[in-house]
Design a binder for this molecule. Structure first.
Ligand SMILES: [Cu+2]
Length: 269
């Protein structure tokens, strides 16, 4: 009976480990980043696989560490349980120098490996110097609590008469490298396209280049991933990925629409 509490408290790490293994095994994370993962939304980005590979790699490290800690925990609970008739006294220790050295350097090495393994893809996606060499497709400006998206229009230049805007609905063509400049008008926001594996802070005073390429048409989420004020929850926009033909059609109608809105305003004045 004296093992009762050992077994009782060991249930927590045992169940935790079982759940962890189930989550990994059952959702194909064992296969390093094929689609069908339970944890991640559908990947429609050209660099999505690389991002997911890092995510899964980190998941593996966490899982192995978690399980190892739980096994140790259970073992200690078993080994040091109070036995009937046991007269041993508790002893106090200041730790073990060798062990300290071991797990400090093991963690350091692990962190270095993680840092190195993501350098390549980080450089490809985030470095302004390696940003894609295409004209800016749109200016995206965050503000409390919406996304203002300005397109340069057919002439490809901003600040001209054919510019047009859309509000919280970012429309892009599929299969084309999209480069945008991200700004904020007021506070910190975070531009987040989960399906595109893109997340970038919008910082007041900075224009930050962001690029991505969609591999599939459809409608996806555009959300703000930075608590930016009371209305943060409604800063939910949309990413609409269209085929090339549909995009051209949409662009024509959006320009016509904004011309109409413009002339209405003039009429009112
Ligand atoms: Cu926001």
């Amino acid at each position: 009976m004296y093992r009762f509490w050992t077994v009782f408290f060991a249930l927590v790490p045992i169940l935790g480990t079982a759940l962890c293994v189930y989550a990994f095994y059952n959702h194909e994370l064992l296969w390093f980043g094929e689609s069908g993962s339970w944890w991640l939304p559908e990947d429609i980005s050209t660099f999505g696989k690389d991002i997911d590979r890092i995510f899964n790699f980190l998941g593996w490290i966490v899982m192995i560490t978690f399980i190892a800690c739980n096994i140790l925990l259970c073992w200690f609970m078993w080994k040091y349980a109070d036995k009937p008739g046991d007269t041993r006294k508790a002893t106090y220790s200041h730790g073990n120098h060798n062990l300290e050295v071991f797990w400090t350097s093991a963690t350091a090495i692990l962190l270095a490996v993680i840092a190195m393994s993501q350098l390549g893809i980080w450089m490809e996606i985030k470095f302004p110097s390696s940003s894609v060499d295409v004209p800016v497709f749109a200016n995206v400006t965050a503000r409390q609590f919406e996304w203002r998206i300005t397109y340069p229009g057919p002439d490809g230049e901003f600040g001209t008469i054919d510019d047009f805007e859309s509000n919280s609905d970012f429309v892009v063509p599929v299969g084309r490298k999209i480069k945008m400049m991200l700004r904020s008008q007021d506070v910190l926001h975070s531009f987040f396209l989960p399906n595109m594996r893109v997340k970038q802070d919008a910082v007041p005073g900075l224009a930050i280049p962001v690029w991505f390429e969609a591999t599939k048409t459809g409608q996806y989420d555009l959300v703000c991933a930075e608590l930016c004020g009371w209305g943060h929850y409604k800063m939910k926009g949309r990413l609409t990925v269209l085929s090339k033909e549909d995009y051209d059609r949409w662009q024509k109608s959006a320009i016509a629409e904004s011309n109409r809105a413009g002339s209405d305003e003039e009429d009112e004045e």
